[in-house]
Design a protein around this ligand. Structure first.
Ligand code: BGC
Length: 766
């Protein structure tokens, strides 16, 4: 009897249990997702294998190709259902033509995706991404992506190949310009803000576009800074230093990813199953689609990992790649590979489903013309409001590197000699990867000063020299008009004469935009061409010289730093370049940018970054101490460290306090500091908080950024800033790749740069 009661009770409990778990499961199913699943399952049930494979094809149609020309007869392929999306075409008219082919002339009327490299703005161009990072202002970062999405979607696009979140610690790598620099923590904040800006809270809105996180992964780790080069990296370095920004972008909901060109520990990313499937989809739970980089599947043959296009297409599909950018290996061979059992039908189905899901989320099945509205461009592109944001961001991105005797800001009086090949050069203002940007709408420094002050101060101008001595190459990357037919010596002579007539010299020098970005690695990262000779000649006149730099990477500036009294790093500032430079030069805005990538003293110091390790023989600055980790011919310190940047005012940090000396794993440590504007003008400061974990199960960096606050203070004003640290902020990936904080002593630094700061310590307990 008791047995019977017990059994009855057990069944009752079981039934209740099943009911509860069914309820829980029901709750977990998102109705929107369920609706999408039904729609796509239904659509796929009608698709032939060839139609599914067609969705995996992403040809380029239009212009701007960054590799071999493969995409031919794209119209025909679209009509034959052999295309899932295209890139390099925009404007509503051009996009409509292609979308018509897909929805009116194919059997299943599946709309196309329209992608483009909208990297730092679409038509209103913002500063290059490396400069954008120097704003340390996530609202501005997000706004830049928001405006870019607004303009790109008004121009027919629904997908951008951005953000690029590759960590870069090697300024020889030209693509440093496209990322946010060397720090994984700051890079993660920026990655998140960019995704939010592009995608908003609803991908199906006609003014949001899908982000594509690139280049997955570790592209910035290319050996010796040479583009496309090998990456060989320990797992702990990968997890702690290079992967966080990608992960942050995916966690923020990025809809797609792009595989990188490089290999990772012997297996190219595009054929790397561990990367694309185990890590990205398995460990990280990424649900979006992955496309390759330009012909990256085909390049697997050159990498030496597959024997022909069929073989490497198999590798890429089995690794977890969904969409083949340009290469066409999938449309040529996927059918055979399935028939031969080398790729499963499920692999093709999964890839196709992920691409269709992206289209569904973008709202393209509801309305394939959602992003195609001929009346939008005139109202939404290059509007005064967008340009205003571009100017604001450009101003905030500039970094004042030096300012002896407060030479800056300049007074708007007397005679200024405005010299240099970038002083009045519209084309170079918008920087690398500004595909749709119209350089003819950009403002040069000369126009910027004129816009501010009209004819007073008097401006004398001289070009000074060409940007490069290789005229043929300069014409190729910058257009014929950039090349001055005179010799550099003639131009330098003219510039010196011009400087002699002025009260102050403003020299605008740097790199042409084509010297950074893709396939633009340099082994000498000094001022190119005869520009240093020009600068030396100008300094030799004895006139005060202000150097305004425009470039796409950290440069080596030892001579400049020693001899030029004022240096402003303006980067390639975008459409509003000149107005922004003028407003900083004359103190209408006080510079507040801080570097996010270290400036080395010379190329021999590279790779150089603030969050390095100690070594067993750290060098403490005593030159007699020979057996230390150091160079014999240059100091270990960089010229300008991460986090560095001056202002027209001065800031003082005082009274660093921790609210406790020990914190346990569940606790929160409050760190407070008083920041005072001790100068005579109002200004903003980026107060930075770093930690150092003194003893770890694996060695820890000498400093790691864990917080910052950008604060505006009036002259004389003080503010107490409070930061909060939890054990999550102290955690890192250990040897077993577990993300954990370890008990022990920590140092906290708070200051205005990674090389300076007040210090305090605390203990983390269990
Ligand atoms: C670049 C990518 C870019 C793609 C499409 C490639 O060469 O590496 O960053 O998105 O071209 O233009």
């Amino acid at each position: 009897m008791t047995k019977m009661i017990a059994r009855a009770l057990l069944s009752l409990l079981l039934a209740v249990g099943i009911l509860i778990s069914a309820r829980a499961q029901q709750k977990a199913v998102n109705p929107e997702k369920a609706k999408m699943d039904i729609y796509i399952t239904n659509l796929m049930s009608k698709m032939t294998l060839d139609e599914k494979i067609g969705q995996l094809n992403l040809p380029s149609i239009g212009f701007d190709i960054t590799g071999p020309l493969v995409s031919v007869d794209v119209d025909k392929k679209i009509k034959n259902g052999m295309v899932g999306g295209v890139f390099n075409t925009f404007t509503p008219e051009a996009v409509r033509k292609l979308q018509d082919m897909a929805v009116k002339e194919t059997r299943l009327k599946i709309p196309l995706l329209f992608g483009y490299d909208v990297i730092h703005g679409h038509k209103t161009i913002f500063p290059i991404p490396l400069a954008l990072a120097c704003t340390w202002d996530m609202n501005l970062v997000e706004q830049s992506a928001r405006v870019a999405a607004q303009e790109a979607s008004a121009d027919g696009l629904c997908w951008t190949f951005s953000p690029m979140v590759d960590i870069s610690r090697d300024p020889r790598w030209g693509r440093s310009a496209e990322g946010s620099g060397e720090d994984p923590w700051l890079g993660s904040q920026i990655a998140r803000a960019m995704v939010k800006g592009y995608q908003g809270d609803d991908l199906s809105k006609p003014n949001t576009i899908m982000a594509c996180v690139k280049h997955f992964a570790l592209y910035g780790g290319a050996e010796a800074g040479r583009d496309y080069n090998t990456v060989d990296m320990s797992m702990v370095k990968m997890y702690n230093d290079y992967l966080p920004p990608y992960k942050a972008a995916f966690d923020a909901g990025a809809g797609s990813a792009m595989s990188s060109f490089n290999e990772i520990n012997g297996v190219p990313a595009t054929a790397n199953k561990w990367l694309m499937t185990d890590l990205l989809r398995g460990q990280w739970g990424f649900k979006g689609m992955v496309c390759t980089d330009y012909t990256a599947v085909n390049e697997l043959i050159e990498h030496g990992i597959g024997k022909d296009l069929k073989d490497v297409s198999r590798l890429a599909l089995n690794a977890g790649i969904d969409m083949d950018m340009v290469g066409e290996g999938f449309i040529l061979y996927a059918r055979e590979l399935v028939k031969e059992g080398k790729v499963t039908q499920k692999t093709i189905d999964d890839a196709c489903r992920r691409i269709l899901e992206a289209k569904y989320k973008l709202g393209l099945f509801d309305d394939p013309y959602r992003y195609i509205n001929e009346s939008r461009p005139a109202k939404e592109i290059l509007t005064p409001a967008n340009r205003k944001i571009a100017k604001e961001i450009a101003e905030q991105s500039m970094v004042l590197l030096k300012n002896d005797n407060q030479l800056l800001p300049l007074k708007p009086q007397g005679t200024i000699a405005l010299i240099g090949p970038l002083a009045d050069n519209q084309r170079e203002m918008i920087g690398t990867w500004s595909g749709a940007g119209d350089w003819q709408r950009s403002i040069t420094v000369r126009s910027g000063i004129r816009n501010l002050f009209g004819e007073n101060p008097v401006l004398l101008t001289a070009k000074g020299c060409n940007l490069l001595t290789d005229r043929k190459y300069l014409a190729e990357i910058s257009g014929d008009k950039s090349v001055d037919p005179r010799t550099d010596d003639e131009m330098i002579k003219e510039a010196v004469e011009t400087a002699g007539k002025a009260d102050v010299v403003v020299a605008v020098l740097g790199e042409p935009s084509g010297l950074s970005g893709e396939a633009a690695s340099r082994s000498d990262i000094g001022l190119p061409g005869r520009q240093l000779d020009l600068l030396k000649a100008l300094v030799a006149t004895g006139k005060p010289v202000v150097l305004v730099l425009m470039n796409g990477r950290p440069l080596t500036l030892e001579w400049e730093n020693e001899h030029v009294p004022a240096i402003l790093e303006a980067w390639h500032p975008g459409t509003e370049a000149g107005d922004a430079v003028a407003s900083i030069l004359f103190g209408i805005r006080n510079p507040a940018g801080k570097l996010t990538m270290t400036f080395p003293r010379n190329v021999g110091q590279i790779p150089i970054y603030y969050n390095h390790k100690h070594t067993g023989r750290p060098y403490a600055g005593n030159p007699d101490d020979k057996y230390k980790s150091r160079y014999l011919d240059v100091s270990n310190d960089p010229l300008y460290p991460f986090g560095y940047g001056l202002s027209y005012t001065t800031f003082n940090y005082s009274d660093l306090k921790l609210d406790k000396s020990t914190m346990n794993m569940n606790g929160t440590l409050k760190v407070s500091v008083t920041l005072t504007n001790t100068g005579k003008v109002d200004g903003a400061e980026v107060a930075q908080l770093y930690i150092h974990d003194l003893v770890g199960s694996i060695t820890r960096p000498v400093k790691e950024l864990k917080g910052y606050q950008k604060v505006f203070l009036k002259a004389g004003e003080s503010k107490t800033l409070t930061f909060a640290l939890t054990s999550e902020d102290l955690a890192f990936y250990n040897e077993k790749l577990e993300h954990k904080a370890e008990p022990g002593m920590f140092i906290v630094f708070v200051g205005g740069s990674s090389d300076k700061g007040l210090e305090a310590s605390f203990e983390l307990t269990k």
